[in-house]
Structures are given as structure tokens and as C-alpha cells.
Design a protein around this ligand. Structure first.
Ligand code: ADP
Ligand code: ASP
Ligand code: MG
Length: 422
């Protein structure tokens, strides 16, 4: 008997029929003798619907008062799906109880819409488990120390599940979703993408941070920090498949480098359409300009990703960086309003129609020429690279958004990711 955490995403919870299916699957695990905690997402489309209503009534604002109400609102999606799942479990003859984040409690900081989990109290959950109940805990939400409901950022139910698994020292955290594992790239963009049986924690961390939304990045960080055994698998298999078969399906996130790893130089390709590029042109090239520009951006709580500063010509230089698309207008206004006059720069230009495409693989540590191969493949497709950023196990390029699918497919093929692993 083991304590297992299951997480079901929005599509997996998308209708009463699907919720019934989840309940039958969980009941199967209970009957196999496991203690079960289940973390559901809101039914698919619900979070978007709720946030859409908010937008209709009030334009988005950076204020804490606005963020607080968004979280009050968005958290209802998971509250509803959790209660529905507990009811469906009861209908299957399984004792079940659902809790919202504030009831558990899942304590977070107060950064509304992107709160971080600080602590999870396990007392109530443990008492229910010991009494033989399945405990359903809302994904995506928590409560701050002043009692305000918070949410963890889009896709945050993954993080709730892994954090709950860490707090309860669960034997495993299974992330059930609408694909049957982690693929070499998003199978919706490249139909030849291949499922990975295992992926290293470090690669998963990079892929998640570079845009593969199959796992929210913070969930991977949690799994790494607390060594939570983590598997991504499909909720679309028949609920009554053999439990051993189910438990070994999908993709396992591994913490040891050489344990059965598929040793490809490049393991996966990630892409991100959520960024925008900003260029400050004609900046007098002197010490402190990066600080003047990026310091002001950071002070406004805007995260910067890829950065380049061009060679200076006649004492002038250009400085470009990317931010999340949601922060695009805010950043342009900030630069035009305050920073540009102080810098004596000539203009600010922006381009929201860009994307970032990245190749990821721990094999890149020990192989040279991987990045240059990436650049060659893109040049052969006539794709212009606007920015480059590298780390030990990834290379990212910023390109025109319209070439994203072409770039992903060309790179997928060039790095043999469509071939079966040995
Ligand atoms: P859930 O609602 O279950 O949390 P998400 O939509 O958040 O599901 O994540 C699953 C989706 O992630 C898949 O449908 C797929 O399109 C996308 N995805 C992106 N990159 C990958 C990848 N490398 N492997 C698998 N799926 C990926
Ligand atoms: N319901 C939330 C979202 O749509 C959290 C999640 O699904 O993980 O982002
Ligand atoms: Mg998700």
C-alpha cells in the first residue's frame, strides 16, 4: 500500500462523463489498496471563461486589488471540479472529501495570479486518509497568511499536485493529461514527435521553462527540490486497464543521469509564443545603460528573458530584450515615459510577433557544434535569427512567429528526433 497523488488536467475533467471516468480510475487505485490524494484542474475552458468575464467588466490592471479579485474568481473553477469529483467518487462507492486550498491549508505568498507555495499543512489530509477517505484537493490555488485566496499562475495545478506529493511524502505523483507523456516536441505541432520513456529532471526543467506547457515549470522545480517521483501519462486510456501497465506508462522524470536514458544529444524542442521583443535604439554607449534600462523594467516587476546589446557605432548602440507579451505595452510605455529621456536614446521599437524556439539536451554538454547545426538548419529554411541565448544544455533563438512551425519541424528532423531511440 502506498500513498499516491494523481493530478487530472482540464481536458481530463472536461465533462461529467470524463469526471466519472476519473472517479472510476481513482476507485480502481483505492481498491488496489492505495491511499489516494487527487488534485484536479478546473473543467477545460472554465479558467479562460472566468478571466474573460473579468476582462469584460474591468480592463486588466497591475494593482494588488485587481489581482486579488481575479484569484477569488479563478479559484472557483477548481472548487467546482473538486466537489464534482468527490461526488463522483462517492457515487462509485468510495468515501471522498474535497478541500479548497484555504481549507487544507496550502499557504502561499501574496503575489496574486502567480503566488508561490510556502507550506502545506498535512494534518487534515492525513486524518482523512487514515480514515480511509480519498482526499480531493483543488489545484491551482492557495491562501496567503492574511486569508486571501491566491492562484499559482496558469497551469498551476501541476505545481499543486507535486507540492502536495512532497508535503505528504507520497510514493509517486502521477500527472494525467490529454497526451500520453512528454514528447520530443509538442505533438500538436509536429505529428512525428516521439514519446520519451524517460526524461531527465534537468531537461524537463529547461523544456518547461522554454515553453513546453505539458508541465508547469514550478512543478518540475518542486519535484527536483523534494525528489518527488513524477510521471506524465494519459487520462484517455480505458479507466480499467491493468494498474501495473498504467503505472509504468507515459514518461518518467528521472533524477539520475544514466539510468536507462535515451542518450540523444538533443532530447527535445520547445517553443514559446508568449514573448515580445523590445529594442531601444540609439543609446549612447556608456557604462550603466543595461542597468538603466533593465533596472527600470525590473522595478516595474516585469521579467526579462533574452537580452542582446549590439556593437557600438559612433558611440551609439542598440539594446534589445524580450518580455512576456502581457507586459509588452507596459514596458513600451515605461521606456517611452521615463527611461528614454534619461538615457538620451532615440527611439523604442517593439515586435510582438516573435517566438522563441529552443533545442534542449544534456548531451549538448559533451558535444560541440550542436548550436551551429541549429543555425545551419534555420538558414537552410531561410529563417532569420533575431536573437540567440544559450546555456549548458539548451540553445534558444528568437525568430519571426510565422516561421515557428517550420523551424520546429526542420529542427526535429535534423536532430533525428523522429527516429526511434536505441
Ligand atoms: P492539462 O490540462 O492536462 O494540464 P496542458 O494543456 O496544460 O494539459 O498540457 C498538455 C499539452 O501540452 C498537450 O496537449 C500538448 O499539446 C502540450 N505540449 C507541449 N509540449 C509538449 C511536449 N514536449 N510533450 C507533450 N505535450 C506537450
Ligand atoms: N485551471 C488553471 C488554468 O487553466 C490551472 C491548471 O489547469 O493547471 O491555468
Ligand atoms: Mg497543464
Amino acid at each position: 500500500m502506498a500513498l499516491i497523488v494523481h493530478k487530472y488536467g482540464g481536458t481530463s475533467m472536461g465533462s461529467t462523463e470524463r469526471i466519472r471516468n476519473v472517479a472510476k480510475r481513482v476507485a480502481k487505485w483505492v481498491r488496489a489498496g492505495h491511499q489516494m490524494v487527487v488534485v484536479p484542474s478546473a473543467m477545460s475552458g472554465e479558467t479562460n471563461r472566468l478571466l474573460g468575464l473579468a476582462k469584460e467588466l474591468a480592463p486588466s490592471q497591475a494593482s494588488a486589488a485587481y489581482g486579488r479579485e481575479l484569484d477569488m474568481l479563478a479559484a472557483t473553477g477548481e472548487q467546482a471540479s473538486s466537489a464534482l469529483l468527490a461526488l463522483a467518487l462517492q457515487a462509485e462507492g468510495v468515501e471522498a472529501v474535497s478541500y479548497a486550498g484555504w481549507q487544507v491549508q496550502v499557504l502561499t505568498d501574496s503575489s496574486y495570479t502567480k503566488a508561490r507555495i510556502e507550506h502545506i499543512d498535512d494534518k487534515r489530509v492525513r486524518a482523512d486518509l487514515d480514515a480511509g477517505k480519498v482526499v480531493v484537493i483543488t489545484g491551482f490555488q492557495g491562501v496567503d497568511d492574511a486569508g486571501n485566496i491566491t492562484t499559482l499562475g496558469r497551469g498551476g495545478s501541476d505545481t499543486s499536485a507535486v507540492a502536495v506529493a512532497a508535503a505528504l511524502k507520497a510514493a509517486e505523483c502521477l500527472i494525467y493529461t490529454d497526451v500520453d507523456g512528454v514528447y520530443t516536441t509538442d505533438p500538436r505541432v509536429e505529428p512525428d514527435a516521439r514519446r520519451l520513456k524517460t526524461v531527465s529532471f534537468e531537461e524537463m526543467l529547461e523544456m518547461a521553462s522554454l515553453g513546453s506547457k505539458v508541465l508547469q515549470i514550478r512543478s518540475v522545480e518542486f519535484a527536483g527540490k523534494y525528489k518527488v517521483p513524477l510521471r506524465v501519462l494519459s487520462s484517455f486510456t480505458p479507466w480499467d486497464i491493468d494498474i501495473q501497465e498504467e503505472a509504468s506508462s507515459g514518461t518518467l522524470i528521472t533524477f539520475e543521469e544514466d539510468e536507462n536514458m535515451e542518450q540523444a544529444v538533443v532530447s527535445g524542442i520547445a517553443f514559446n509564443r508568449d514573448e515580445a521583443k523590445i529594442s531601444v535604439l540609439g543609446v549612447p554607449d556608456k557604462p550603466g545603460i543595461a542597468y538603466q534600462i533593465l533596472g527600470a523594467v525590473a522595478d516595474a516587476n516585469i521579467e526579462v528573458d533574452v537580452i542582446i546589446q549590439n556593437l557600438s557605432k559612433n558611440g551609439m548602440t542598440d539594446f534589445s530584450f524580450t518580455v512576456h507579451r502581457n507586459d509588452y505595452n507596459k514596458t513600451i510605455d515605461l521606456l517611452n515615459g521615463k527611461v528614454l529621456p534619461e538615457l538620451g536614446a532615440s527611439t523604442v521599437e517593439g515586435d510582438a510577433k516573435i517566438c522563441k524556439v529552443s533545442i534542449v539536451g544534456i548531451g549538448m554538454r559533451s558535444h560541440v557544434g550542436v548550436a551551429s547545426k541549429m543555425f545551419r538548419v534555420l538558414s537552410e529554411e531561410g529563417i532569420n535569427i533575431q536573437m540567440i541565448s544559450t546555456s549548458e544544455i539548451k540553445t534558444s533563438v528568437v525568430i519571426d512567429e510565422k516561421y515557428m512551425e517550420l523551424a520546429v519541424r526542420a529542427l526535429h528532423k535534423a536532430f533525428d528526433l523522429d527516429q526511434n531511440a536505441a
